[in-house]
Design a protein around this ligand. Structure first.
Ligand code: SAH
Length: 282
């Protein structure tokens, strides 16, 4: 069975993607090598061609909980899927164990694809795994991915930067018992929009800290749940209400939260998208 057949077997609509994975200059995932790749936020259309080439060649795909099922369905028929990730902030596998597993698989001569949600090196421990592979002398490469913090904005029709509104965008992680380790007041004082990852649990505390740092309570905010996945949801709010709204709408993980004036543009953009769609329908 050739590559195109194997990919289309996994999913009948995949011929086109199979062809993309077979492009003439596609990199080769050699036995004993590891690729640390990003799977993007969910929609398989946001995979890179290199990650797709990795999926089609890998003997083992070691993946996180966040990697969308539609992406895993693109793995070749020879690929074994191995779950190694963390759920809900609770480690279900220790980081050292994951790195050791990658090293073990590579030394056994496997073609290893380590697949992570979003970009492997944005709050994804890709850096740590790369260092461990380097120390062990295992050949590897890193394949970037579309990070949820940026794709989530675009999915919600919120531009990450807009002339006249912002010239920087802050990506911050809100995990940890008190979301400590970050000077939220200092981030607030930049006046630049902030995109929070892993922040649901600490959202009330973070919002308070940002307001104490000087961000007005009515600063626009949005929560994007399951960006580009089948159950995507967007809730628009304000800084002082965002934690309460998240609770009220029972919004869960995975979610990003964006705080800043870029959120205001959403309404106008959404109108424009609707207008274009209805024009096209005519
Ligand atoms: N490496 C990933 C981030 C991993 S940290 C990346 O670059 O996107 C996990 C956090 O990412 C989640 O708690 C959530 O805040 C965010 N996240 C990942 N996928 C998401 C999605 N599809 N929609 C919304 N947030 C997502």
């Amino acid at each position: 069975m050739d590559l195109a057949q194997s990919l289309s077997r996994a999913h009948p609509m995949n011929e086109e993607r199979a062809a993309a994975a077979m492009r003439a200059d596609a990199p080769v995932l050699a036995p004993g090598h590891v690729w640390l790749a990003g799977a993007g936020p969910g929609d398989p259309g946001l995979l890179t061609l290199d990650a797709l080439a990795g999926l089609s060649q890998a003997d083992v795909v070691v993946h996180d909980a966040l990697v969308d099922r539609r992406v895993l369905a693109l793995a070749g028929p020879q690929a074994r899927l191995e779950f190694a990730g963390k759920r809900g902030g609770r480690p279900s596998a220790e980081q050292g164990d994951i790195s050791n597993r990658l090293i073990e698989l590579a030394r056994a001569g496997k073609r290893v694809l380590r697949l992570k949600g979003g970009d492997p090196c944005v709050f994804g421990r890709g850096g740590e795994e790369a260092l461990a592979l380097k120390a062990a002398g295992v050949p590897f490469r890193i394949i970037p991915g579309v990070t949820a913090g940026l794709a989530g904005l675009t999915a919600a029709a919120i531009p990450a930067t807009l002339r006249g509104i912002n010239r920087a965008i802050i990506l911050a992680a809100g995990y940890g018992a008190d979301a400590d380790g970050v000077d939220w007041g200092a981030l607030a004082r930049t006046g630049q929009p902030i995109v929070l990852y892993m922040a649901m649990r600490n959202l009330a505390k973070i919002a308070d800290a940002l307001m104490r740092g000087g961000l007005p309570p009515n600063t626009p905010a949005a929560i994007v749940v399951s960006a580009t996945m089948a159950d995507e949801r967007v809730v628009v709010s304000t800084l002082d209400r965002v934690a309460a709204d998240a609770q009220e709408h029972q919004l869960g993980a995975p979610s990003i939260i964006v705080i800043g004036n870029i959120v205001k543009v959403r309404e106008r953009l959404i109108d424009a998208v609707r207008m274009t769609e209805s024009e096209a329908a005519r």
